[in-house]
Design a protein around this ligand. Structure first.
Ligand code: ARG
Length: 462
């Protein structure tokens, strides 16, 4: 990136000395906002066409501008564009190049526009595209979860509360819990999109413009659902980006919880799953190690997305209307959140369908830890015992089990029945894991039949 003479600056007219070299670098945003180039060009083309439509530009001028901007886009994409720090940002870089190329017509592009409405428009266009890509990635991960849930609809593992064995559940049910969280994340994203896809262009610097603009015309060209109704608000607020980061923070919070489970399950102590080698790395000193880096890193990256949300909230809270240079600080946190969300979803989308489930180990873990104790209590209730009394009876049976190192299903009938006359020979039917999960046979329950029905409903709703 080069530093040109300060007299190149379009606003240099009222200045008597060049910008301090460090200030120039300090205030420049082109290093990070150049990623908006496609949307900046699309916005400029729509603006030029609108100005032509209302008679401010001639058709010939419009043609030159459109062609010039398209050529610049090609240059950028071929990496033949010389970005200049002294031209501050993506907007002035592209405009200055356009003027170099096409002369006087290029100087007319900025009629009735300001960088303030330009940048707000660019960010919204860019974010809209990213939202659509992210939405597709969420769906892909959800598809992976549904397939895995279907494959493992009968696989029993212990469900946990307090990370202590609680009750048996099927692995498919567990995967559907993650599916539900992602579904709400997707809903939040789509809701956010409605407020992103509104056009600031036409607000100019802050007050609107004296040219006879047709904002609906540009909005239609750019695919906006509507136009911002107040010019001061349109150039200054970034609540749409804050909303996106709130979505992103919630999504990463979910992926981080998911990651935590994968890390625990992949440990030698749990040994519930195997992550394929291509998603793991080794240790430079300990030859035996295979580390679950991908989920660990996603868990770790969650912090920076929370940070983006906090940065943007703090960025906005002290700003008087309308645009302030503070707003230039909106981009890096937003871009970082977008990149982190996309990377995390991509790697999860690839990894989740490849998770290898160790069915025997999961089932063995569910068989220890008295996971069917609640089923025994429910059995006693069905045989006429009040629930609180049943709870106490089972508690005593569990204590015997702990002392004799036997799970409930492993005890003899004589040992069990001493705790209550309501315990009959058929008690062992409810102490099996399969009986326990199958009994939870209602919407939202873990019975395999319910899990299959939930998968079907989820597929039909997509
Ligand atoms: N680079 C600026 C930004 O990111 C563009 C808008 C600048 N407007 C201004 N009046 N200085 O916000």
């Amino acid at each position: 990136m080069s530093r040109d003479n300060s007299s190149d600056k379009p606003w240099a007219g009222r200045f008597t000395e060049p910008t301090d070299a460090f200030v120039e670098a300090f205030t420049s945003s082109v290093g990070f906002d150049k990623r908006l180039y496609r949307h900046d060009i699309a916005g400029s083309i729509a603006h030029a066409k609108m100005l032509t439509h209302v008679g401010v530009l001639s058709r010939d001028e419009c043609k030159l501008i459109v062609k010039g901007l398209e050529d610049i886009q090609l240059d950028i994409e071929r990496d033949e564009f010389n970005w200049s720090v002294s031209l501050e940002d993506v907007h002035m870089n592209i405009e200055a190049r356009l003027i170099d190329r096409i002369g006087i017509a290029g100087k007319k592009l900025h009629t009735g526009r300001s960088r303030n409405d330009q940048v707000a428009t660019d960010i919204r266009l860019y974010l809209r595209d990213e939202i659509d890509l992210i939405a597709a990635e969420i769906k892909r991960l959800q598809t992976g979860l549904l397939d895995l849930a279907e494959r493992e609809a009968e696989t029993i593992l212990p469900g946990f509360t307090h990370l202590q064995v609680a009750q048996p559940v099927v692995f498919g049910h567990h995967m559907l819990a993650w599916f539900e969280m992602l579904k709400r994340d997707h809903d939040r994203l789509m809701d956010c999109r409605k407020r992103v896809n509104v056009m600031p262009l036409g607000s100019a610097a802050l007050a609107g413009t004296s040219y006879p603009i047709d904002r609906e015309f540009s909005a239609q060209l750019l695919g906006f659902d509507g136009i911002c109704q107040n010019s001061l608000d349109a150039v200054s607020d970034r609540d749409f980006a804050i909303e996106f980061c709130a979505f992103a923070a919630t999504l990463l919070m979910h992926l981080s919880r998911f990651s935590e489970e994968l890390v625990i399950w992949a440990s030698a102590q749990f040994d519930f799953i195997e992550l394929p080698d291509r998603f793991c790395t080794g240790s430079s000193i300990m030859p035996q190690k295979k580390n679950p880096d991908v989920p660990e890193l996603v868990r770790g990256k969650t912090g920076r997305v929370f940070g983006s949300l906090m940065s943007l909230l703090t960025l906005m809270k002290g700003q008087p209307l309308a645009y302030n240079k503070d707003n230039q600080e909106d981009k890096e946190p937003l871009f970082d959140a977008i990149d982190t969300v996309r990377g995390s979803l991509r790697v999860f989308g690839d990894m989740v369908p490849a998770i290898e489930v160790k069915r025997e180990n999961m089932e063995r873990a569910a068989r220890s830890g008295f996971s069917t104790a609640t089923d025994l209590a429910d059995y006693l209730v069905r045989n006429g015992v009040a629930f609180r009394d049943a709870h106490e009876v089972v508690g005593k049976a569990v204590r015997l089990g702990v002392e004799s190192n036997l799970d409930l299903a492993e005890m003899s009938f004589e040992a069990l029945s001493q705790f209550s006359p309501a315990i009959k020979e058929d008690v062992f039917e409810v102490l099996t894991l399969q009986g326990s999960v199958a009994a939870r046979d209602h919407i939202g329950g873990t019975a395999p039949a319910q899990v299959r029905a939930a998968i079907q409903r989820a597929r039909e709703a997509r």
